[in-house]
Write a protein that binds this ligand. Structure first.
Ligand SMILES: Nc1ncnc2c1ncn2[C@@H]1O[C@H](COP(=O)(O)OP(=O)(O)OP(=O)(O)O)[C@@H](O)[C@H]1O
Ligand SMILES: O=C(O)[C@@H](O)C(=O)CO
Length: 424
């Protein structure tokens, strides 16, 4: 396998978002969960996205895992490696975007990394280094209440500088508007000034195409799906893609029953869970009872078992920001998060043991816990359900499953119903 592009993603839903974008832009893409133990089992691909669960772990561990993934991708011919981060730049002052970026940039032998989380298709744009979510700055968006990494500063030059060992510069809209050569020249100037990274403005896909052309000849970049689009289009223009990449892995129906799990507490997921109540039985788990020792896993599986034959069910811990804060105040952020993730993963395992073969999961950390518990190792890309969320088909599992791993903020109110309609 000689890859046109290699990507290291800091969570599983983010990885499937990027793999979806690359596929649509003409690169046959595979998503692996961690570094595959045996890559002979992987089909031919133009791009591989190695999904890590490194967004919210200690930064030294995130760096070590990302370096291993990068080395694996380089050994398979990837001349350019992109580190995929969240389009809302989810991180804390302790990392992990800065430390991982510093390590991978050094490994690549580059003086400076271009960085942009812009993803116009989902309303993420960057102007003068400030990240907007729809029409509001990041710190006024629902991300200010994120359970694990509340985002309270929209200025990414500042945010990244607090996380990186090197100073951070800006490639502004005026430079991007002048084209790829101007961007490349600005990167060189910033590198000569001692900057280790540059936040790049991007408002439209056309800006991301400029950025992609400017950096495809370099070895390393940091971004969300928008930058993936820019890089993939630059590669496709160079004849490195595959004409019929999109939707290549629809495959035969997998059968079995279907279910949804939601551990995301984002505003979008809260609306989607509420809308699902009109079309399927919904069990809202009480995390306070879970943390007090009640066997909510068994209760959830009993609920599902009674209903699955008649149609899909949804099991959710999703709660309002006030309820999340109250639980965290009592039990701690990490302890509450991990206990809930572990419970949803155990429920997923129980559901699969009861015949579920089509599973929709909402939330990045939640999806990570579920996919790890199910022991899934790689996915092929199917059709797009909503911007950033494809149908995934397991690779290397004797009895295939379909999954949809939804980033917390993605999808319309009808997401769960729509996903299940597309997963047969
Ligand atoms: N009721 C709740 N109270 C407190 N924490 C919760 C509750 N329900 C879920 N959580 C935790 O909140 C976190 C949600 O993170 P997750 O990454 O799954 O969703 P998200 O942040 O919305 O998605 P993404 O990372 O894709 O944007 C998890 O750690 C989950 O266990
Ligand atoms: O970039 C995004 O917003 C998503 O792919 C993601 O990473 C959310 O967890």
């Amino acid at each position: 396998m000689s890859l046109a592009l290699g990507c290291v993603a800091d969570d599983y839903t983010g990885a499937s978002d990027l793999a979806n974008t690359l596929t649509k832009a003409g690169l046959r893409t595979i998503q692996t969960i961690g570094i595959p133990a045996d890559d002979r089992a992987l089909p031919e691909a133009d791009a591989v996205v190695v999904a890590l669960k490194s967004r919210s772990i200690p930064s030294d561990q995130a760096v070590a895992r990302s370096r291993e993934a990068e080395a694996w991708l380089r050994a398979r011919g990837a001349a350019h490696v992109m580190f995929k981060v969240c389009s809302t730049f989810d991180s804390t002052d302790a990392g992990n975007i800065g430390p991982v970026m510093d390590a991978l940039r050094t490994e690549a032998g580059e003086a400076i990394a271009l960085v942009t989380p812009a993803f116009p298709e989902t309303g993420r744009s960057v102007y003068q280094g400030n990240l907007f979510v729809g029409s509001v700055p990041l710190n006024e968006s629902p991300l200010k209440d994120h359970p694990l990494n509340p985002m309270r500063d929209a200025n990414l030059v500042r945010v990244l500088a607090r996380q990186s060992a090197s100073p951070v510069g800006l490639i502004d809209t005026a430079t991007v508007a002048k084209g790829a050569e101007a961007v490349a020249a600005r990167l060189d100037v910033l590198a000569a000034e001692g900057k280790g990274a540059a936040i790049a403005d991007a408002i439209f896909d056309s800006d991301l195409e400029v950025l992609g052309r400017a950096i495809i000849g370099r070895k390393f970049s940091v971004g969300a799906s928008g930058l993936g689009l820019g890089l993939a289009r630059a590669l496709a223009a160079d004849g490195r893609g595959t004409k019929d990449a999109a939707g290549a892995a629809v495959g035969e129906p997998v059968g079995g029953t279907s279910a949804c799990l939601a551990g995301s507490c984002s505003q979008a997921t809260l609306q989607q869970v509420a809308a699902a109540e009109a079309i399927m039985p919904v069990l809202r788990l009480d995390p306070a009872r879970l943390l007090a020792g009640a066997n909510v896993v068994a209760e959830a599986l009993a609920f599902a078992e009674e209903r699955l034959a008649a149609g899909p069910v949804l099991i959710a811990t999703s709660a309002s920001p006030e309820a999340v804060r109250a639980l965290q105040a009592q039990h701690g952020v990490d302890a509450a998060g991990h206990a809930i993730e572990a419970a949803l993963a155990a429920i997923a395992e129980g559901l699969v043991a009861r015949g579920v073969r089509r599973l929709v999961v909402a939330g990045g950390e939640t999806s990570g816990a579920v996919v790890d518990r199910l022991g899934l190792t790689a996915f092929l890309l199917g059709p797009e359900i909503a911007a950033g969320v494809p149908v995934l088909r397991t690779a290397g599992r004797p009895e295939p499953m379909l999954l949809a791993l939804k980033s917390g903020n993605f999808g319309g109110a009808d997401f769960f119903g729509r996903a299940l309609d597309m997963m047969r």
